[in-house]
Unconditional design. Structure first.
Length: 247
């Protein structure tokens, strides 16, 4: 810091310059790398100022998330991985990328309809309003934790995978100079889909009665075959003459 400037002539005369200068340099280095975190009504505001870089701002729901975001951003600058086109990244949100993905990529998939429904719901999340400069693993992790309160881990895993694909396409095909894919640092929820549910006494008869009322003539034999063989839905739908043998 400049406050130590007046000491340098005396340090030189006393022969202590070589010993103390590294400490002063380290102190100055730390002061330039300090992020400012402030409590606001809307959450915790983070401000990062570095010489030679445009100031960065972000507001996150918790202090821990704000500190994590600051550490990640400062580490990127230290490594020289700071984004190149900062104006474009500041003007583009995650939601913008997702909408473009829905328009250009989703229609080419077999699961286009279900993916479009999923992404439309995801667009209401606060993280989709963040610019690409503000986006980090912290707000995505907060989204994951909030969603886990209402949906299963498998659903979250699909949504995180979708965000990963959106950002990857933006980096590789759309020319967005993002140093890393923020989703890569987000911990995936543990999926436990094991089930031991079996039909209870009387349930099979009720199931058969309900199947008798369906208009689709293929539903009843398909369900009864599933009961007898324990085949999964995907396996049942792949069945053909060449896959069926008789004893």
């Amino acid at each position: 810091m400049e406050i130590f400037g007046f000491l340098r002539p005396y340090l030189f005369l006393s022969g202590l310059t070589n010993a103390v200068s590294p400490l002063l340099t380290q102190f100055q280095h730390r002061s330039r790398h300090m992020a400012t975190i402030t409590k606001r009504k809307s959450g915790w505001s983070v401000q990062i100022r570095r010489k030679g870089y445009q100031p960065e701002y972000c507001t996150l729901p918790t202090k821990a998330a704000a500190e994590k975001w600051a550490r990640e951003r400062e580490s990127e600058i230290d490594r020289g991985d700071a984004p190149v086109d900062r104006k474009t990244l500041l003007a583009t949100t995650l939601g913008d990328l997702m909408r473009r993905y829905m328009d250009e990529i989703t229609p080419t998939k077999k699961s286009a309809h279900s993916e479009q429904l999923r992404m439309t719901k995801m667009l209401s999340a606060p993280m989709c309003e963040l610019s690409l400069l503000e986006l980090s693993s912290a707000p995505i992790s907060a989204y994951r934790d909030q969603r886990l309160l209402t949906v299963k881990p498998a659903t979250i895993a699909r949504e995180l995978s979708l965000i990963h694909n959106v950002i990857d396409v933006a980096r590789r095909d759309w020319g967005y100079h993002l140093p890393t894919n923020s989703i890569a640092l987000v911990r995936k929820p543990r999926i436990q889909n094991a089930r031991d549910r079996r039909l209870r006494p009387g349930e099979l008869k009720r199931l058969e009665a309900a199947l008798a009322e369906t208009r689709n003539p293929f539903i009843r034999p398909l369900i009864l075959l599933a009961v007898e063989t324990a085949l999964r839905r995907s396996e049942l739908l792949k069945l053909g003459p060449g896959l069926i043998t008789t004893m």
